[in-house]
Write a protein that binds this ligand. Structure first.
Ligand code: ADP
Ligand code: AIR
Ligand code: ASP
Length: 254
């Protein structure tokens, strides 16, 4: 196969030029970071599982009419996606108090919020992804007010749908992070869901035991990280039959 051009290497994924115009390939690594790269490690098999989990969730979201970048999975670690111009905002949706929200207001983790909260953070590791308001986003030209309306309404629909989907498999969706991007179709700009949805960017707690089944196990050194990601995939019914280990040749960085 011809050598593909690497466009970008991030903390959890590598982006390669795609085989068709307007596409890129997302390669999912086992690398894990937390606190914006201050903590680094490896979660064996994470790339394989997140590739599958994100494929599954993006396809389910497409079924309910959410436009996403997902085109098709290529192999155990790679998926073809539409190339977007990433909007440099991390959209966080919260249903239950946890993480930075619990810390900032000194509130106990696990307290349900009276209604879901949407927060925006500016995507900039060197600045520790500062929280921003709609005013900052529009003043700095990262997105327009109509863009933000669309992002907000898509995020809330995604939250409603994913909350139900996870409840069905005994998991509470505590909070999660989304990224959106722009594509142009016949001079028309559209905003679509991009990046990934996986235990790397969702907080997922077992409904009965409140056990954490997401990247907090790595962030907080709780152990059982690989097992937690596997359990999420297993409950979704998508654990690769051979287990999370790679198929021969499936992770070649061509
Ligand atoms: P980071 O850049 O935060 O370290 P990753 O390691 O996950 O994150 O790298 C993936 C990068 O690709 C992210 O910067 C993300 O914004 C970007 N990205 C996600 N989906 C697309 C897409 N469809 N087109 C172009 N870039 C994308
Ligand atoms: N998140 C935010 N930045 C990167 C990620 N992965 C996700 C976390 C969590 C949610 O956004 O995984 O699900 C809120 O994170 P925090 O740290 O602000 O509480
Ligand atoms: N995604 C960020 C990082 O990789 C933040 C986090 O997940 O804690 O550092």
């Amino acid at each position: 196969m011809a050598k593909r051009r690497q466009l970008y290497e991030g903390k959890a994924k590598v982006i390669f030029e795609g085989p068709e115009p307007g596409t890129v390939v997302q390669y999912f690594k086992d690398d894990a970071t937390a606190f914006n790269n201050k903590k680094k490690g490896t979660i064996t098999g994470k790339g394989v599982l997140n590739n599958r989990i994100s494929e599954y969730l993006m396809l389910k979201l497409a079924d309910i009419g959410i436009p996403t970048h997902f085109v098709r999975r290529l192999n155990m670690r790679e998926q073809l996606v539409r190339e977007v111009e990433i909007i440099p905002i991390e959209v966080v949706v919260r249903n239950i108090i946890a993480g930075s929200l619990a810390k900032r207001f000194d509130m106990p983790e696990g307290t349900p919020l009276p209604r879901s909260i949407v927060e925006y953070y500016y995507k900039a590791d060197e600045l520790d992804d500062p929280m921003v308001s709609e005013e900052h986003i529009t003043a700095f030209g990262w997105a327009t007010p109509p863009d933000l309306d669309e992002i907000m309404s898509m995020s809330l629909r995604i939250n409603d749908f994913l909350t139900g989907l996870f409840l069905g498999i005994g998991i509470r969706l505590i909070d999660f992070k989304l990224e959106f991007g722009r594509v142009w179709e016949e001079e028309q700009m559209r905003i679509i869901l991009a990046d990934e949805i996986s235990p790397d960017n969702c907080r997922l707690w077992d409904m009965n035991t409140n056990e954490k089944m997401d990247k907090d196990r790595f962030r907080r050194d709780l152990g059982g990280v690989e097992e937690a990601y596997q359990e999420v995939a297993r409950r979704l019914g998508i654990l690769p039959e051979s287990g999370p280990g790679d198929m021969p040749g499936s992770d070649t960085m061509q």
